[in-house]
Design a protein around this ligand. Structure first.
Ligand SMILES: NC(=O)c1ccc[n+]([C@@H]2O[C@H](COP(=O)([O-])OP(=O)(O)OC[C@H]3O[C@@H](n4cnc5c(N)ncnc54)[C@H](OP(=O)(O)O)[C@@H]3O)[C@@H](O)[C@H]2O)c1
Length: 256
């Protein structure tokens, strides 16, 4: 069995790595050990107590971007030469990772929070092909290859931040339901089922989004009236503007 070492064992590591435990013997390292123990338990693996001996086939970099410099200084020139480094670091380029680790085989992954529930969309980018490894990740994620790091940043504005936009819509619906005297717990369940049911229709039905929308909108009816308000207020423009702001901020952050 091949060896995988994860540096960092937080939310994303715990979402992405356990399905790989069928193919890899997992070791987890974190400074406090607490979350490393959790990941070791989830993968039937071990806690890596220190950074003295680091031989492995795959390394996952799962700390926060601002923690990477310190970690990289401890790992530089200590990783197995031919191994694959998989980085989850948002906004940290291949070039930076390669330089800081002095390592050539690097793959960037950009997962999103629903990957914790088996419904993740994970973007990936590298300057080399890692087809076999990507196939393993496909078992538990929708994997989408990016053609550049710029495309990765642009698409992340939708897939990475998208859950927050949908939660904001959810919050608005939830508050409206409370105003209509629906009890809080029921209101939350109603919104969740609404999203889940609509997402299921998107997946199961062949039609495009416009057709799906038209099927629940009769001309001159109630839904039509509500959608007209969205259109007149420029919902498409507002949304595209928000996506652009997200992308520009990602550029600022990656340069800081
Ligand atoms: N959350 C998202 O939606 C999302 C989406 C895409 C990409 N990402 C990226 O995924 C990465 C992890 O995010 P997360 O949400 O999983 O973070 P998290 O839950 O905060 O986990 C971070 C982990 O890094 C560990 N760590 C801190 N310093 C370290 C060091 N010097 N060496 C090794 N490990 C260290 C922490 O250890 P302790 O447990 O000891 O504190 C913790 O286990 C980030 O780079 C983020 O940019 C996140």
């Amino acid at each position: 069995m091949k060896d995988l070492i994860s540096f960092g064992a937080g939310n994303m590591a715990q979402a992405l790595i356990p399905p790989l435990a069928v193919d890899f013997k997992v070791k987890a390292y974190t400074p406090t050990k607490t979350r490393a123990k959790e990941l070791a338990r989830l993968t039937n693996g071990d806690v890596l107590e220190n950074l003295d001996s680091l031989e492995a086939d795959v390394y996952f970099i799962c700390c926060k971007p601002q923690q990477f410099d310190e970690l990289a200084s401890q790992l530089k020139n200590k990783l197995s030469r031919e191994a694959l480094v998989v980085s989850l670091l948002a906004g940290t380029t291949l070039k930076t990772i390669k330089e800081k680790l002095n390592h050539q085989n690097v793959l960037r992954l950009m997962p999103n929070t629903p990957s914790q529930f088996g419904h993740g969309v994970t973007l990936f980018y590298s300057d080399q092909q890692y087809t076999d490894f990507i196939e393993l990740l496909k078992k538990s994620n929708l994997m989408v290859e990016m053609n550049s790091e710029d495309q990765l940043d642009r698409v992340t504005a939708i897939t990475g931040s998208g859950p927050a936009y949908l939660f904001e819509f959810g919050r608005i619906f939830y508050n409206a339901l409370l105003e209509m005297e629906i009890e809080a717990h029921t209101a939350k369940e109603m919104v969740a089922e609404l999203f889940l049911g609509s997402a299921t229709m998107m997946k199961e039905r062949e039609q495009d989004f416009e057709t799906l929308r038209e099927q629940v909108t009769s001309k001159g009816g109630v839904t039509y009236e509500a959608l007209k308000v969205f259109k007149e207020a420029g919902l498409s423009d507002i949304t595209n503007k928000a996506l652009k702001a997200n992308y520009l901020r990602s550029q600022e952050l990656s340069q800081s």
